[in-house]
Structure formats: C-alpha cells, structure tokens
Design a protein around this ligand. Structure first.
Ligand SMILES: Cc1ncc(C[n+]2csc(CCOP(=O)(O)OP(=O)(O)O)c2C)c(N)n1
Ligand SMILES: [Mg+2]
Length: 361
C-alpha cells in the first residue's frame, strides 16, 4: 500500500503565526506558592479563631431553629461546616480598609467581620433594628461602615461587583484589597470570566475565593464542571490559583497571607479555591436527598473545622475548662441575639418608602 502523504509535505513548519501577537509586557512569570506550613497562630489568635467559628456555628443553628418556628421567612442558607474559610481569611484583613463581598450564604462572613450578631439576627426576622432595617432578610445584608458589601442573591453577581470594588480601591489608591467569595456552582457563570479578564488586565487588587463546598444546590461539582479543579479556573487569564484545605483555619490563614502579599505587591488578582463542605441542605427547604447521611457524617468526624481548632487549642495547653467558658459565653450571645430579634418591632410602614430609588437619574 502507498504510504499516506504527510499533509505538511513541502511546507516548512512555520512558527510565524504563533508569534504574530506579542505577549503583554506585564505578564507575571513568577507564581505564588501554597505555603507548606500552617499559619503560626499565637494562643490569643487561636482562641479568637475558635470563638468566632463557634459563634458562627451556634448562630446558624439558632437561625435554623427560628426558621422552624416560622420567625424567619423567605430563603435562609446556613454556613455550617464552612466556618474556617470566612474566619481564616477575614482574620488577615483590615476591617474598614479591605472590602468583602459574598453571595446569599452570608451570615458567617458578617460575623467573621465583627458585625453585631443582634442586628444580623434581627434582619433575619425582618425587624426594624436589622442591619438592612428588616427589608433585606438573610440574603441582603450590607455594612458600608465595615466595607461589607453583601449579601447577593444572584449567583455570581458578587464577582463582577467585587471586581468593581477592587477597581475603586485602585482608583482611590487606598491600599485596600477586595475579597470576593463565590461558590463552586457560581464558578460556571459567564460573568465570572469577564471579570477575571478585566481584573488581570488592570491588575486589580482582588482575591477571588471559590468556596468549593462540593455542591451547587443538588448538583455535585464533578457532575457540573468540566474542570473540577477550580483553582485552575483563572489560568487562561493568567490569574494564579491555590487549592487550600478550607476545613483548617490555619491553612486558610496561611494561604490568605500569601494571597495578600501577591495582591498588595501590585501583581493583580489571585484565586483561592477553598475545599470545604456544607453540612446542611442548600437552604432551609432542601432535605439534601442527593447525598447520603454517611457522606456528611464522615466529613463531620474526619475534618470538622471546629474540632480541628479544638485540637490546636489542646496542643497549645488551653484547658477544657477554658474552652467551656467560651462555649457558654457564645451561647449567651446567640440566645441574646435571638431574644433581641424576637422582641424588636417590625419596621415602620413609612420604611416602605426609604432606601428605594425614587429620584430621577
Ligand atoms: C443567576 C442565578 N441562577 C440561578 C440561581 C438559583 N441558585 C441559587 S443558589 C444556586 C447554587 C449555587 O451554588 P454554589 O455557587 O456552589 O454556592 P453554595 O450554595 O454552594 O454556597 C442556584 C443555582 C440564582 N440565584 N441566580
Ligand atoms: Mg457550592
């Protein structure tokens, strides 16, 4: 048989086409490295991590109870299981200087940013004393004072808004960094990639954090994502990514330090994929039939983020009694917030007309 003629016969291989568009001069050739060691926390820091993570856990459990009692209406997405992510990251930020934006699973981030549990719980029950005057509910909470920009119900919207916040940090030259959190499901939204492109092009000071809790409503990340190693999602925009154990607050904090160094040096955005897990259903109306009880139980037993910090505390010589005192203290704070959220009055009728755009523009 006659051998097939090679297609390139007679034509020399030409690299000319590939070289026609020169590379941008500001491409980063170096790469950030995932720290091999955990963050070295002082005793005080460890205690604070524990306190904040237990606060989030107990607050969310209480919110779940109030929901069951009919005191909270509408959607309500709990953060139980993911506490190490918000606490580890936000402990490295400067409140009032750096900005934070997230999706609808936002109570934990607000608590981690030092916002009063009373005004968060009162928002959940729709009371006038709530942080959005009872008109936003679980998914729509903001604190401009804390540079906490929500609380967004549209999946992925916070990524483009966060990119805008990063632009404003750069424009005002205020030295701040924006942290934009989004989920594994949101990572498949188109606007994420439009934002990535602009952020890298303009070297914006932003840390994109994918909270990969393995599910988007009832769909697992492997079923829905062609590239399920989500830290690689920025690669075609030259945004480097690190994959982090999001169940270990010290690993989270160490990676955040690295990310901050990168962004603050003017090298542009960076992506952190936090591997984590949500214990509860997507929202209060989800019985989570798409996964087994054993799967959840295994994560709880093997990698619960609060149990992890407890171990670190024990290693640091903190006694069980000291830990118990913190636990009791947190229960009091959470109970008080529920009491406050129950007895506070509903918003005045006149509030229907405030915070609404009525001007011509
Ligand atoms: C643009 C848009 N599409 C769909 C929805 C409905 N929806 C709400 S949450 C959600 C899943 C998002 O999952 P993920 O990004 O992984 O975040 P998680 O809930 O796990 O924190 C979907 C599809 C929405 N709110 N907005
Ligand atoms: Mg998810």
């Amino acid at each position: 048989m006659k051998p097939a003629t090679p297609r390139t016969k007679g034509k020399p291989a030409s690299p000319a086409r590939a070289a026609a568009v020169p590379a941008r001069p500001d491409h980063n050739e170096e790469k950030p490295v995932l720290p091999a060691a955990l963050y070295e926390a002082s005793k005080e820091e460890l205690l604070e991590f524990y306190r904040q993570m237990v606060l989030i856990r107990r607050f969310e459990e209480k919110a779940g109870q109030l929901y069951g009692l009919g005191l909270i209406g509408g959607f309500c997405h709990l953060y139980i299981g993911q506490e190490a992510v918000a606490v580890g990251i936000q402990s490295a930020l400067t409140p009032g200087k750096d900005s934070v934006i997230t999706g609808y699973r936002d109570h934990g981030h607000m608590l981690a940013y030092g916002i009063d549990p009373n005004v968060i719980m009162a928002e959940l029950t729709g009371r006038g004393a709530g942080i959005s005057r009872g008109k936003g509910g679980s998914m729509h909470m903001f604190s401009v004072e804390h540079k906490f920009f929500g609380g967004h119900g549209i999946v992925g919207a916070q990524v483009s808004l966060g990119t805008g916040l990063a632009f404003s940090h750069k424009y005002a030259n205020d030295g701040g960094v924006c942290v934009a959190y989004f989920g594994d499901g949101a990572a498949n939204q188109g606007q994420v990639y439009e934002s990535f492109n602009m952020a890298e092009l303009w070297k914006l000071p932003i840390i994109y954090v994918i909270e990969n809790n393995q599910y988007a409503m009832g769909t697992s990340v492997n079923r829905s994502s062609a590239e399920d190693q989500l830290f690689r999602r920025g690669e075609s925009f030259r945004i480097p990514g690190l994959q982090v154990n999001g169940m270990d607050v010290l690993a989270v904090r160490a990676a955040t330090e690295e990310a901050l160094k990168w962004v603050q040096a003017g090298k542009g955005p960076i992506l952190l994929e936090m591997k984590t897990y949500r214990y509860r259903g997507h929202s209060m109306s989800d019985p989570a039939k798409y996964r087994s009880r054993e799967e959840v139980q295994e994560v709880r037993e093997k990698s619960d983020p609060i149990e992890g910090v407890k171990k670190y505390l024990e290693e640091a010589g903190i006694s069980a009694d000291e830990i118990k005192i913190i636990d009791q203290d947190i229960r009091k704070i959470v109970n008080a917030s529920a009491e406050f959220a129950e007895v506070s009055p509903e918003p005045e009728i006149a509030e229907l007309y405030t915070d609404v755009l009525v001007e011509q523009y």
